[in-house]
Design a protein around this ligand. Sequence first.
Ligand code: FAD
Length: 284
Amino acid sequence: MSTSQKFSLELFPPRTPEGAAKLPATLKQLAATGPEFFSVTYGALGSDQNGTYETLMTVVRETGVEAAPHLTCIGSTRMHIAALLNQYRDAGVKRIVALRGDLPATAYSPAAPGEFHFANELVAFIRESHGDHFRIEVAAYPEMHPQADNISADFAHFKRKVEAGADAAITQLFYNADAYFSFRERCVKAGISAAIVPGIMPITGYQNILRFTANCGADLPRWIRLRLEELQDDKPALLDFGTEVVARLCETLIKGGVPSLHFYTINQADPTLRLCSALGIGRR
Ligand code: FAD
């Protein structure tokens, strides 16, 4: 495998003082592999939305690597988003991951007129207000977004996000390379030239991978689920198996010519470092 393979790493704002204290050391280990950029989630997994900016600043301070905030628009106002965009621009940010965000679990009241409902509106707003200053990444769902009416409607909505001005897309996690290749082929046929970067979730536990895949509607192949179930009480063996499965997925994707890989680190260095080492990618 080529060491020149590009990749990026995703973090979330730490939710506990212990998590915050651990972050600089984790960042140093991850930065040493030479990622293209770090991205920092916004409001995901119940995290504090203000934490994104702080984590972003920690990344820049501790590593000097480019950092990209995720920005979600659901339930927000143009004024609030405009203020955040200005804050990021002033801080030197050049890249944004633009998302709708998950609908709140509590009773949701539709946003008032003039506010945002879908990610394509956020992309258009960023382009209107900041021209080409930001590189804009959006989310893509090779196995369909779980709330979509059907896979073709979801694809049509994805196309609208790109037409609104997205430069690239990062996919939801998946364990079936064909889902990615089929999605990419559909993009080519539809004249979409934006880079489609696979989102890679390392496998580090049986219960958490069942939860992650169920939440986002990704297929966990039966043979993987059965092996993980069998190995769930033998952590070292489960980690070996998980690394082997995900490294094989990445190898297939790299051979298929992916522009980059985006690793969901879950704020841990080891799972991503194990994958980089198995793949022979990144600085060592
Ligand atoms: P959209 O592209 O707006 O799509 C949402 C749904 O609406 C889809 O079902 C789509 O088919 C449908 N749709 C889109 N446009 C229209 C339209 N015009 N009319 C009717 N239906 C439409 N969540 C967070 O809260 N914080 C994060 O930091 C975060 N980071 C993420 C990073 C990645 C790489 C990915 C893949 C997901 C991330 N998410 C995050 C989760 C994401 O917010 C959810 O999946 C969310 O439910 C959809 O966001 P989206 O930007 O894909 O929405």
